[in-house]
Design a protein around this ligand. Structure first.
Ligand SMILES: [Cu+2]
Length: 195
């Protein structure tokens, strides 16, 4: 008799454990669906020698691809197209649920900013603003002091991400938002709510 009770108790425990496990697994999946994270790559193909000679040491900290784009090539493409295709956020459009985390990875050779703006605009480098057709800086990127552009201080919504580094950005209420690079103002991301 005692043995039978023991077997019953063990069976009940097993069923409870199974139920708990199933519940837990379902919970993990539900959480993943809710906060599905997004990977975002910041890219450029700068050529260290010519960029550092033209702009200053450390501008292009590393070479990421063979046949990188020289500073001359960069300016030529920017002049012709108002943007340089290899300098970009990948993807440039995402749909996310509230609470998603953006995993930002700078795969390029230059520092880029990841800055939330109300409306896309220019950054804090006047010549790049002019050549890209963004004469008016986004106020979140730069302020004009005595006719000169001064970068806004770095912060949670104005992240400076050096070459080869990663950062995270939690989207709490920014499921309808715009982000851009304040150095290369054609690098843009539009975030829309997931339906
Ligand atoms: Cu940039």
């Amino acid at each position: 008799m005692k043995k039978r009770i023991l077997v019953l108790m063990c069976s009940a425990l097993l069923v409870m454990c199974g139920a708990l496990l199933a519940f837990n697994v379902a919970g993990v999946f539900a959480q993943n669906n809710l906060s599905s994270d997004v990977n975002l790559h910041l890219r450029d193909y700068c050529d260290p020698a010519s960029f550092n000679a033209a702009v200053g040491p450390g501008t292009c900290a590393r070479s990421t691809v063979p046949g990188a784009i020289t500073f001359g090539g960069f300016i030529a493409e920017l002049t012709a197209d108002k943007s340089v295709g290899a300098w970009r956020f990948v993807p440039n459009q995402v749909s996310v649920a509230e609470g998603a985390t953006l995993h930002l990875q700078n795969l390029g050779g230059e520092t880029h900013t990841f800055t939330q703006v109300k409306e896309f605009g220019g950054g804090f480098i006047a010549p790049l603003n002019a050549l890209s057709g963004n004469p008016v800086p986004a106020p979140e990127c730069a302020q004009v002091v005595n006719g000169l552009l001064v970068p806004q201080p770095p912060g949670e919504d104005n992240m400076f991400i050096p070459a080869g580094t990663s950062a995270q950005h939690l989207l709490e209420h920014e499921v309808n938002a715009k982000y851009q690079c304040c150095i290369h103002p054609w690098m843009r991301l539009t975030i829309t709510p997931r339906q």
